[in-house]
Write a protein that binds this ligand. Structure first.
Ligand SMILES: [Zn+2]
Length: 204
């Protein structure tokens, strides 16, 4: 019985911590965006799709820019260079982090460097050249949510109905949730706010 009570107290404390996270306002709060840099070699409209996907699901402000990305560099070096270029552009806002989307021959699909605030997604590794466009769009959107979470130091999630759960093959993304579970959504929102980021209203 004592163990049960102790367990319930621990559960209550854990729930209290959860409620503590649920402290972000439902309204829009102005701030720094997530900068999305789309390589010019991407399929038409993919950058705009990912921007809309992240804004709809993560409810964070996204600034989209399209730039040439040096395909001769390893993809994370190329991403770092283009992120610096975007940040130094005239009139560029300060961003919370930068997500670069490329189509690269690099063998890796993602590289995320939270300490630098830069992540890169290689859409070639999301399923190959013959992948149907709507599957490519969806997988890129889901991966953008995953990389945003890592950039904000939000851990992976064991909940099966969360886009942050682990997977082995990109094709599994098609069967996975297209969004964060509510606690992960709140953690991302909280992390954006903490970093002076732009959050959007819930609902629109
Ligand atoms: Zn989750």
């Amino acid at each position: 019985m004592k163990r049960l009570v102790a367990g319930l107290v621990a559960l209550g404390m854990a729930a209290g911590v959860t409620w503590g996270w649920m402290d972000t306002p439902p309204d829009e709060v102005a701030g720094a965006p997530l900068r999305l840099v789309a390589a010019e070699t991407l399929p038409d409209g993919l950058g705009a799709f990912v921007k809309a996907y992240v804004e709809k699901n993560a409810k964070v402000g996204v600034e989209l820019v399209s730039l040439p990305v040096d395909a001769t560099l390893p993809m994370d070096e190329a991403a770092r260079a283009v992120a610096e270029q975007a940040a130094a552009a005239e009139g560029a806002e300060k961003a919370v982090a930068t997500l670069v989307i490329v189509a690269s021959d690099d063998a890796r699909m993602v590289s995320v460097r939270p300490a630098e605030g830069v992540a890169v997604l290689n859409v070639v590794r999301l399923g190959g050249k013959n992948l149907a466009r709507e599957l490519l769009d969806g997988r890129a959107g889901q991966e953008a949510l995953r990389e945003l979470a890592i950039l904000l130091d939000v851990a992976s999630c064991p909940f099966p109905l969360c886009v942050l759960r682990g997977y082995a093959d990109p094709a599994e993304l098609d069967e996975m949730s297209d969004n964060y579970c509510p606690p992960c959504f709140e953690r991302v929102r909280h992390a954006m706010l903490t970093r002076g980021g732009h959050i959007l209203a819930i609902p629109d």
